[in-house]
Design a binder for this molecule. Structure first.
Ligand code: ADP
Ligand code: MG
Length: 384
């Protein structure tokens, strides 16, 4: 495993819109007894996957055949990398701009059990990106003595295309509204003013205990909802009544498990959850696709309205925002299929971004690759 950490800024170009990072989680004690480690990270950028079946065949008889597949990303983290390191190289590069009034969005995408919540929320001993972002924001605010700041947080979930407040003990359905002045707002969503990062982990843990989880064949505590922490930082010059108020926003999204509902033998309510989870992920993919076309043609319709998740994240996904995707994967050989699916999804997201940035003329062919993936997902949704 590669241990050298080079803290170079990952956003190398002004036009780069999507940073794609992959994080590999280790096998747990139980998995170690039955399964093998199939992932290797090289040079902080490349994930090498060993196909467990091909590997066996290879060792048995197929000499010279490649048993490994490689994927390159902006960043790749192995399990020697703590949440702190993941933070510094991803969200940590965006937070200085959030404090100055810009918008950023971070997604954790991956199958159930791959490490999305570990990365985003974490624990007391190893706090995740949500907590580390707030700590960083408050450290930066303290250094700017000439500016008045106000920091507020909200934490919600989208479950079955319905929005619930995770900071309320028993939240009803919340309505999403589009205001010409304020953009997307959620009527009745609790916004907590925070003065330090200390209390946020407590609030997040409380909120997470309210998240809708359901036992499925795939995992005993499969997360069926998307959780969004929104941190808003307002800044205004001190003692200057005419100074504008600038509003920075950081959205951190812990997506529902990306695995296919059809693989889990679900029925009834759970099937509907699966269809909606896929619909939101599909809508997200469609938006990223359209944003890619925007890079080429200037203007293109972006279908934000197709799901609650994309409507919510409209600001965070549009042109002026910086977006990072952290794809989480398990290294355990029994998760090979999920791991491969996630790496392919992340790989396509990365291709679109790279070609927008470096060679606008070739975007179309890569969009068509991406369209194939979207068509595949559409078939998947239709067959549920
Ligand atoms: P998800 O939210 O994607 O369903 P979790 O974040 O709940 O998955 O992770 C599943 C389990 O794996 C948890 O017990 C978590 O502590 C552990 N885990 C996840 N990522 C890591 C990591 N990078 N290092 C160590 N343990 C991890
Ligand atoms: Mg989770």
């Amino acid at each position: 495993m590669s241990k050298s950490i080079n803290f170079r800024p990952p956003f190398q170009s002004e036009t780069a819109t999507l940073l794609v990072a992959v994080r590999c989680r280790p096998l747990n004690a139980k998995e170690k007894l039955r399964f093998r480690d199939i992932l290797r990270v090289v040079d902080d950028k490349i994930v090498v996957v060993l196909d467990p079946d091909i590997a066996k065949e290879y060792l048995d008889k197929v000499q010279g055949r490649s048993k490994e597949k490689q994927y390159a990303f902006d960043l790749a983290f192995d399990y020697t990398n703590s949440n702190e390191v993941v933070y510094q190289r991803t969200v940590g590069t965006l937070v200085p701009n959030v404090v100055k009034g810009f918008t950023s969005t971070i997604f954790a995408y991956g199958a159930t059990g791959s490490g999305k919540t570990h990365t985003m929320v974490g624990t007391q001993d190893d706090p995740g990106l949500m907590v580390l972002s707030l700590r960083d924001i408050f450290n930066r605010i303290q250094m700017e003595t000439e500016i008045d700041f106000e920091v507020t947080c909200s934490y919600l979930e989208v479950y079955n295309e319905v929005i619930y407040d995770l900071l309320e003990r028993s939240s009803g359905h919340l309505e999403l509204r589009e205001d010409p002045e304020q953009g997307i707002t959620i009527a009745g969503l609790k916004k907590i003013q925070v003065n330090s990062a200390d209390r946020i982990l407590e609030l997040l843990e409380e909120g997470n205990s309210r998240r809708k989880t359901e036992s499925t064949d795939a995992n005993a505590t499969s997360s069926r909802s998307h959780a969004v922490l929104e941190i808003v930082v307002k800044r205004k010059e001190k003692n200057n009544y005419n100074a504008p108020v600038l509003k920075g926003k950081l959205s951190l999204v812990d997506l529902a498990g990306s695995e296919r509902a059809s693989e889990t033998n679900n029925a009834g309510q759970k099937l509907r959850d699966g269809a909606n989870i896929n619909r939101s992920l599909l809508a997200l993919a469609n938006c990223i696709n359209a944003l890619g076309k925007q890079g080429k043609k200037g203007l293109s319709y972006v279908p934000y309205r197709n799901s609650k998740l994309t409507r919510l994240l409209k600001d965070g996904l549009s042109g002026n925002s910086r977006t990072a995707m952290i794809a989480t994967v398990s290294s355990s050989s029994d998760q090979y299929q999920h791991t491969t699916n996630t790496l392919k999804y992340a790989d396509r997201a990365k291709e679109i971004k790279t070609h927008i940035r470096t060679n606008v003329g070739t975007v179309e062919s890569h969009i068509s690759d991406y369209q194939k993936m979207i068509d595949g997902l559409q078939i998947e949704v239709q067959t549920l």
